[in-house]
Write a protein that binds this ligand. Structure first.
Ligand SMILES: [Zn+2]
Length: 284
């Protein structure tokens, strides 16, 4: 082999001036090391975060401002709930270890109040703050998400059978989406489960998710609850099944978005439906 190698080298050296060959070899070596270095540097960009007691994957994603799905992918996690105390998680793109607030469950009193709010029929939050007083709101008073696209998805696809707004003497704080029983209900945003139980309210089996910027989402009349209190949930993750529990005339999902405790019309926040997109296309 050595003889062939030497013979080969001799042929190359005779064919090309030896200086050129050395130059070629040096350049190749340089390119190869640069490429390898860049590849390893790209792979290593990030830090390791050790999971402390009470800390959920959702809380970590919030602290580092990384979507839950990206964090799950980087750590090959199949479920956002599958993290253990002491586990080292890779945080892609992070430069320093940041403090992460633990998940604190609601107190029994807070849970009761949240349940009671279901039947309270609270008036909605105005979409533009200040519109109640009739004055134009200051920029500092506007919520940070206003006018921006909120990262929210439809929990299920279906016809809206009851819109957000006054309904008789009460206020319907969400939208009703018709769907067959057991249809998977998906989390509208990354978040954490703060209440998941069969209530004695008109909404039967409910799930409350807490999100960032003061948002809560509520999923009512479920027949199955697949997420438990304290769980971190990824946007699009199935959390329950459509049902007809509570006061309901047929299987449907009551979907509610709350901002700082008050219901908000979800329709302007949600992406357009397939029907709306098709309608727009035919209008053009
Ligand atoms: Zn409803």
């Amino acid at each position: 082999m050595a003889a062939i190698g030497a013979k080969g080298l001799f042929t190359i050296a005779r064919k090309y001036p030896f200086g050129n060959f050395l130059f070629f070899l040096t350049i190749s070596f340089f390119l190869l090391t640069t490429f390898c270095h860049a590849a390893t540097a790209k792979k290593k960009e990030g830090i390791y975060h050790t999971v402390n007691k009470g800390v959920t994957l959702y809380r970590i994603s919030q602290a580092y401002k990384i979507p839950l799905a990206k964090l799950m992918e980087a750590n090959r996690l199949s479920s956002p709930s599958a993290v253990k105390v002491g586990q080292k998680l890779f945080i892609p793109g992070a430069k320093a270890v940041l403090p992460v607030e633990p998940y604190i469950p609601l107190s029994p009193l807070e849970k009761r109040k949240l349940e009671e709010s279901l039947d309270a029929g609270d008036p909605p939050v105005p979409l533009t703050p200040g519109s109640e007083s009739g004055k134009e709101p200051k920029d500092s008073e506007k919520p940070p998400w206003l006018g921006k696209e909120l990262d929210i998805i439809w929990p299920i696809q279906g016809k809206i059978t009851s819109p957000f707004g006054p309904r008789g003497k009460r206020f319907h704080g969400g939208i009703d989406i018709r769907s067959p029983s057991y249809q998977e209900v998906k989390a509208a945003m990354d978040g954490e489960v703060i209440l998941a139980r069969h209530t004695s309210t008109g909404y039967g089996k409910v799930i409350f998710l807490r999100h960032d910027q003061g948002f809560l989402t509520l999923y009512g009349h479920l027949n199955v609850i697949m997420a438990k209190e304290g769980d971190a949930v990824r946007q699009g993750q199935p959390i329950g099944g459509v049902g007809s529990t509570g006061r309901s005339t047929g299987p449907h999902l009551h979907f509610e978005v709350r901002l700082n405790g008050r219901p908000l019309n979800p329709l302007p926040l949600l992406p357009p439906t397939i029907e709306e997109l098709l309608e727009k296309k035919t209008q053009k």
